[in-house]
Design a binder for this molecule. Structure first.
Ligand code: PLP
Length: 448
């Protein structure tokens, strides 16, 4: 269908949303799309800014959920994709581009010998969990309560548990993520609490006979964007190794923390890694990497692989060239720039909080930050639960940012991108300061 006749209806976000609701049920095709009360329809973006169909311009702190590390319309990606699409978008054969991106990744990530490409982070997690099962012959996994790893059933367990469902802190309940989730899935997942050294050791030891893997996001964003304590990292490394549990580092989001990724930065020593988001330069991608020993389950070319893994669009050359262009431009200097922007922004936000003794805290590292409506920065997911008043504060905060021309994701990970400058950091700091000055009536009733 073309944009003619009745399909041209929809010049602003409200009209487009009304039209969308006729075909999408809830109005969009992603549960994660923000709406307050309607989504913002985008016409385009350049650098750190996007423009919507209503003619507004915003500093984008979402970057398609942390994907666009170089912002929008990054020229090297545009050139690489334009060149490639003239030669073909996908083939039932390999291309040299997948080798080049694989070489870049293997060269950067310590402890990673081999890699395979897929199309999303969800798929990367799915294959990493299956690889751990194929390697160990065990069915179950352990994961961190509240951590998001995409839409594979086992990885979804306890992703959105809360005070009424999460149960005993010494033995967290496995909580389903959708109605009808098979009960067998819940029996095959052991939820752990982030930074809980003794609890993790105990639960891993108790369940070792059935655990194929422990999947861990080094700085789980949805669980609070909390950094791991060094003792926690060492316990996870040592316990997984001792018990023969495959340690999977989910770096789909956090690979953006540095040249070698987040595990290297925080000291995790995984057997397997999952990647996505930034490594595709804005096109769909996912990847599973790891030691030769565990990755051998995908096959070594000699006989039928213990875990065959295909995929119609996996390693498609458009994603490969876009990823290569984006990652090549992401050298040490780019990471230093992002890290210094992040440090300055987190300091500025903390200064504004301290100046007013406001009930907020800030977590995050490198190009990632998160604002919490709590005086004490959370150490684990359970500390992030919000009261009704605190939720209302976060809604007011996101609205105030939007009204000042800044997209701040709803309580999720917010991120910076390489085209950002000091001016953008000042803008975010100023908007937050203004919010704290004008909205104290909204948050002064908080108790925490
Ligand atoms: C840590 C982590 N793992 C997995 C995923 C799933 O990736 P995708 O949305 O590409 O399926 C995400 C997405 O946000 C993520 O943050």
């Amino acid at each position: 269908m073309t944009e003619t006749g009745h399909n041209s209806i929809g010049h602003n976000s409200a009209e487009l949303f009304a039209r969308a609701k006729r075909v999408f049920g809830d109005g969009t095709t992603r549960a994660t799309i923000e709406r307050d009360p309607i989504p913002r329809y985008i016409t385009g973006g350049k650098g750190a800014y996007v423009t919507d169909v209503d003619g507004r311009r915003f500093l984008d702190l979402n970057g398609n959920f942390t994907t666009l590390i170089h912002g929008h319309g990054f020229e090297p990606v545009i050139e690489a994709v334009s060149r490639q699409i003239r030669s073909g978008s996908c083939f039932a054969n390999p291309t040299r581009h997948e080798i080049a991106l694989a070489e870049l990744m293997v060269e950067r990530v310590p402890g990673m010998d081999w890699i395979r490409f897929v199309n999303t982070g969800t798929e990367a997690v799915l294959f990493a969990v299956k690889a751990a099962r194929a390697y160990t012959g065990r069915p179950a996994i352990a994961k961190i309560e509240g951590a998001y790893h995409g839409a594979y059933d086992w990885a979804e367990v306890s992703q959105a548990s809360g005070p009424t469902t999460w149960g005993d802190p010494l033995a967290p309940s496995a909580v389903g993520n959708y109605r009808g989730m098979p009960a067998s899935v819940l029996h095959e997942v052991v939820p752990l609490r982030f930074n809980d050294v003794e609890g993790c050791r105990r639960l891993l030891e108790k369940n070792a006979h059935r655990l194929a893997a422990l999947i861990i996001d080094p700085v789980p964003s949805r669980a609070g964007l909390i950094t791991p304590d060094p003792e926690f990292v060492e316990t996870i490394n040592a316990t997984a190794r001792k018990l023969g549990i495959v340690l999977i580092a989910d770096e789909v989001l956090n690979f953006r923390q540095g040249y070698e990724g987040a595990s290297a930065r925080h000291g995790f020593r995984p057997d397997l890694f999952t990647f996505g988001k930034i490594i595709g330069g804005g096109l769909p991608i996912g990847a599973i990497g790891g030691s030769k020993e565990v990755m051998s389950v995908f096959g070594t070319g000699e006989q039928r692989a213990p875990l065959p893994a295909g995929g119609t669009f996996s390693a498609n050359p458009l994603s490969m060239v876009a990823g290569l262009a984006s990652m090549t431009a992401l050298g040490q200097a780019a990471f230093e720039h992002l890290g210094s922007l992040g440090d300055r922004l987190r300091s500025r936000l903390r200064e504004e909080i301290a100046r007013r003794d406001a009930p907020f805290s800030v977590t995050g590292v490198a190009s990632l930050f998160r604002i919490h409506p709590k005086r004490q920065a959370p150490k684990e997911f359970r500390d992030t639960a919000l009261s009704g008043a605190q939720s209302a504060t976060m809604t007011a905060l996101t609205r105030a940012f939007a009204a000042s021309g800044v997209i701040l994701p709803n309580g999720a990970a917010a991120c910076l991108s390489t085209p950002m400058t000091d001016n953008d950091i000042h803008l975010v700091g100023d908007v937050f300061a203004e919010f704290l000055s004008t909205h104290s009536h909204v948050f002064e009733s908080h108790t925490a």
